[in-house]
Design a protein. Sequence first.
Length: 71
Amino acid sequence: MLDLDMTPYAAFVWPAWGISALVLACLVARAVVVSRRWKRELKRLESEQMRTDETPTIRAQAARSAIAQPE
């Protein structure tokens, strides 16, 4: 059976676990938000490129490389 009784250390261990879990959750959420933002920007730049029929712009190439999609 799992023994979670840390009588003298519980006041330090449980908050440390909680803070660590919170930090990890925030990092994952931030990564998802930034990824979605980059994908939207890439889609916008690609549609803009299709309208103008030009060679890929530097910003579109940078956005594409940021989300690691092949050309």
